[in-house]
Design a protein around this ligand. Sequence first.
Ligand SMILES: Nc1ncnc2c1ncn2[C@@H]1O[C@H](COP(=O)(O)OP(=O)(O)O)[C@@H](O)[C@H]1O
Ligand SMILES: [Mg+2]
Length: 289
Amino acid sequence: MPVTALVSAKSSGVTTAALALTLASKRPSLLAECDPVGGTLRAGFLQGQVSAGFGLYHLAAAERTGTEALANAFASHLWGMDEAGHRKLLPGLTDPAQAAALGRTWPALSEVMHVMATEAGYDVFIDAGRLALESGRLHTTLTPAPLLHRADLTLMVVRGTEQSLTLARHLVDPLRTELAERGSGPDALGLLLIEEGPYQAHQVTDALKTPVMAALPWDPDTAGYFTNGGRPPRGYARSPLLRHARTATEQLEAAASRRHIHQQYSPRPANAQLAGILQRLAERGGPRG
Ligand SMILES: Nc1ncnc2c1ncn2[C@@H]1O[C@H](COP(=O)(O)OP(=O)(O)O)[C@@H](O)[C@H]1O
Ligand SMILES: [Mg+2]
């Protein structure tokens, strides 16, 4: 299953979207709250049920001990969001000052997340927060750059508003260049549209020259529950946000597997014909059609 990282140019709904996707997936799923500025789910959705002694920050010390210690710590710092244990959360930092300690932990943490995805079949979503640049590159402390480099898909969350598109326009190109030069390739970059505002998916794709890979509806009741916790709103299980999030997880999985197939064949000239067939399949919407 894919590892999908979500980022924004400015607070746009990254945490809400990541939680909706994690709770809606048909597969076992994991949400890693890796926003360097700090996680918001602990105090919000979870209403303080999870103490500061638990979560991402504690993995930095374990990584210094070794890979096995990190893997064990990772497993023991996952919070079950459902009774069956299919929905897991790695709670985020409690203070922005903790981010510096994670700088050298991200690459090994990325490995662990990929093992969860490929070996254990988890749909992994990373809340990578708001992008920060430094001389045109991803900022090394304010952005978990290694997680974005290695993700199967990196989605910039945008709203269909003029302001959101204007802000995203400045960051899309540096992010694509970064994924091309240091990541898994420029085609890992896509958009996740939050349907607020006048711009439709095709217009957003054109405006940012980047495909909208999935869209989520404007749903203040369900989003408010994800942000503040408490009692789920009426009709929560069939809410627009959850229903569309479920569809979105399927679209993302299909996009990631098309990428994977394409990567397997495209570097080898002998497979040019096969690559052409795969390209046409991809353009028609892929084998899942
Ligand atoms: N799809 C949505 N529909 C309605 N409100 C939303 C939606 N997504 C996010 N919001 C609201 O927008 C605000 C910011 O969302 P959040 O997920 O915290 O953004 P970020 O993580 O990018 O800062 C919150 O109040 C949240 O409830
Ligand atoms: Mg957030």
